[in-house]
Design a protein around this ligand. Structure first.
Ligand code: FE2
Length: 260
C-alpha cells in the first residue's frame, strides 16, 4: 500500500496548486490513497465546505485539520456534510465531526486520525497520548495513520516512539517547514513535519512584507496570505501488504518550476 500525504495547504496559492497537481502526484508516486491536511486552506486559517468539496473532488481521500479546524464558523454548523474531514480528537468542541475516519482501499481498512500536540499550541482537551490511547483499542483497521499537528519536534518524536509498535505512520504537520528526519521506527513511518503546500516566496505561507511590518516594525497588520506560485510538500508512506507495517517513507518537495 502506498499512501501519499500532503502537508498543510495554505490559502489560495497552495489550494489551487494541490487541486491542479494532485492527480499527477498520485500517478507519479503510484499512490493508492491520498491524505491532505487542509487546516489552512481557507485564507490561511480553517476550511470551508466548498474548499473541502474541491479537495475531495480533486483526489483527496481524507482531509485532516489542526489548531485552526474551526476558524471558519460555517464548518462547525456544516461538518456533517464533510464525511471525509477529520478534526483533531482533542480540540474543543469535541462533540462535532470525528477525529478518526476509516476508509477501505485495496482490501485494507485505513484509519486516519488527527490529534494536536500540547507544547506551544492552543489549549487542548487532553494530551495527544491519552486521546489516541482511548481510541486505538476500539479501531477496526489494518493501517492507522496519525496526523500529529504541533510545533515541537521533541514532542512529536516522543509520541512516535511511544506508539511506534501500534501505528502505521505518525506524520507531523503544523510548522509548514519540512524536516529531514524521516525514518521507520519499528514498522511505523515517521517524520517530524512534512511541510506545507503554499506560496514559495512567503513566511510559512504568509506575505513577507506583512510579516516584516508586523514582526519587525511592530505595525498593526491583518493576516495576509502570500500569493505567487506554490511549493508542494508531503511524503509517501509504503506499507507491506502481508504485515501491514511501514517499510519506507519518502519526503516529497515539489518547487514551483516542477508543478503546473
Ligand atoms: Fe496548524
Amino acid at each position: 500500500m502506498k499512501i501519499l500525504f500532503l502537508g498543510d495547504v495554505v490559502a489560495k496559492s497552495g489550494r489551487e496548486a494541490v487541486i491542479r497537481n494532485i492527480q499527477s502526484l498520485k500517478a507519479e508516486y503510484d499512490a493508492d490513497f491520498v491524505i491532505v491536511n487542509g487546516e489552512n486552506a481557507a485564507h490561511g486559517k480553517g476550511i470551508t465546505v466548498s474548499i473541502y468539496n474541491r479537495l475531495v473532488s480533486a483526489g483527496a481521500d481524507i482531509v485532516t485539520l489542526g489548531n485552526h479546524a474551526f476558524s471558519k464558523k460555517e464548518i462547525i454548523a456544516n461538518i456533517d456534510l464533510c464525511p471525509r474531514l477529520v478534526r483533531p480528537l482533542n480540540l474543543s468542541p469535541t462533540d462535532i465531526g470525528s477525529g478518526v475516519s476509516v476508509i477501505e482501499r485495496a482490501g485494507k481498512k485505513i484509519a486516519v486520525v488527527s490529534v494536536l500536540c500540547e507544547a506551544f499550541m492552543c489549549p487542548v482537551e487532553e494530551s495527544p497520548i491519552s486521546a489516541v490511547e482511548k481510541i486505538l483499542g476500539k479501531l477496526n483497521a489494518d493501517l492507522v495513520i496519525v496526523d500529529l499537528h504541533g510545533e515541537s519536534t521533541g514532542e512529536k518524536i516522543i509520541f512516535a516512539r511511544y506508539f511506534a509498535d501500534r501505528l502505521s505512520a505518525v506524520i507531523g504537520t503544523h510548522t509548514h517547514v519540512q524536516t529531514a528526519d524521516e525514518r521507520i521506527l519499528n514498522g511505523c513511518a515517521f517524520i517530524s513535519d512534512v511541510g506545507m503546500c503554499g506560496a514559495y516566496d512567503s513566511v510559512l505561507g504568509r506575505d513577507v512584507e506583512e510579516m516584516i511590518a508586523h514582526t519587525i516594525e511592530k505595525k498593526p497588520t491583518r493576516y495576509v496570505p502570500a500569493s505567487g506560485p506554490a511549493i508542494i510538500c508531503g511524503c509517501l508512506i509504503e506499507t507491506d501488504d502481508e504485515t501491514n507495517r511501514a517499510v519506507k517513507i519518502t519526503r516529497i518537495q515539489k518547487t514551483p518550476s516542477t508543478l503546473v
